[in-house]
Design a protein around this ligand. Sequence first.
Ligand code: MEV
Length: 447
Amino acid sequence: MQENEKEIAGFSKMTKRDKIVWLAKNFLYANPVEVVKEFAEYWHDNVEAQKLLDGFSENTLTNFPVPFGIAPNFKINGEIFAVPMVTEESSVVAAAANAAKYWSTRGGFKAAVLSTKKVGQVHFIYKGDKQKLFGFFQEIKNDLKLGVKQITAKMDERGGGVLDMEIFDFTDLEKDYYQLRAYFETVDSMGANFINSCLEEFGKLLQEKVVASKLFTEQEKALEIVMCILSNYTPECLVRAEVSCKVEELGTFDNGALNAEEFAAKFERAVNIARIDPYRATTHNKGIMNGIDSVVIATGNDFRAVESCAHTYACRDGVYRSLSHCKVEDGVFRFWLDIPIAVGTVGGLTSLHPLAKRSLELLGSPNAKKLMEIIATVGLAQNFAALRSLTTVGIQAGHMKMHLTNILAGLKATQEESEAAKKFFEDKTVSVAAVRDFIESLRKNED
Ligand code: MEV
C-alpha cells in the first residue's frame, strides 16, 4: 500500500490505458474516459509502428507530435539540399528557407569538416607515486589498445577505432583524482556505445594491470575506478560553415532604407556584440541552435549532446561568446560559424526511426561528415536570418505574423475570419487580447 495516492508501485507494468486512468484520477482530476480519449488520439494507427516508438522510451502514454518541415534551396558546396527540420517554433523553418534562397544566388554556402575526433574518460582514484603511474601508463598504453580489439574490430575495419590516450593529473583540484582520456574516430556513427564499451574495458584493464604489477604498493594497487563515460565535449569534432560575397551584392534592406554597406556594417557589429557580451551571445547562439537542433532531431541524432557541446565550445576561452563570426574587409562580407557537432548517420535512431531514416534519404544518405556540414550550414543560415531581421525591420514583424496564425488557430477562426484578421493586423500590434476582440466583434456582427 502506498501512503500517498500520488505515489505508485509497478507503474511501468501497467497498460497504457491504466496509466492514463491513474494519472487522470490522481493528477489531472479529470474524467478518465475523456483523458484516455485525448491521449489515444495521438496513438499510431499501425500497431507495429506504435510498438517501435514505445520501444524508444519508457512508461509511454502516447506520442507527442512536433512539426516536421522542409527548408528547400540550400546550396552547400555547390549541391542543392531540401533540409528536413523538426521544430515547434514558428518562423524557424521559414527563416532558414529564406536565408537559403538568399545565399543560393550569392554563391551558396561553403562547409568543411575540420576534424572528427571524439573523446572519452576513465575517472579514477590513485593514492601513490605519480611518476610511477605515468611511467607505467606509457608501458601499458598499447596493451590497453590491444585489450579492446574485440570491441573495435568492426570500427577498425571501417577506418575508425581508438586513436590515442593520455593520463591527466587533477590531484591539485580533487584529492587523488586522475583521468585517463582516450580519443576515438567513430566514422559514420555517433559512437556513444562504442566509446563507452571501450572505456569500461580500459578501466578494468588498468586496474588489473596495476594489481598484477610488482611496481606498485598495496595502497597503490587499490586504484579505484570512479566512472567511465564519453565526453560530449568534442572540440576537435569541428565543422565550419561560411558565406561570403562582395558587399554590394548584399542588396538593400528595409525597403531601401539601408544600403548594402550600411547593412554589412550593422550586421558585423551585431555579431561583434555577441562576441563580447554573454547575455547577447546566449540569445545569438540560441538562434543558431534553432536551426541546428531541428536538423539534428529530424535525422534521429542526440540534440542534447550537440547543445551541451556547442555551449561549452562557446566559452572555451573563459567567456561565453558567439559561435559565429563576421568580417567586412576590402569590400567583402564574410560570415562564418565554427561548431563541434558529433552526429552519426548509422546506428542509433538514424535507421530505427522511420522519419529519421527518411530525413537522411532526403539529404542523399550523407556520411557523418556531410551531415555535419549540412547541420552547421543550417545553423549559420538561421543566424543570418535572425540577425538580418534584428538589424533591419526587427524580429517582431515576422514573428507576429506567425503568432497571429497561432492565435487564430487557438480561437478556431474560420478561413474568412483569419483572412479578415490578417488584413486588419497588417499595420497593428498583434496580441492575444486584440485578436480575440477582433474575432469576437466579427462574430457579433454576424449574429
Ligand atoms: C528566437 O528563437 C531566436 C532569436 O532570438 C535569435 C537572435 O536573437 O539572434 C531571434
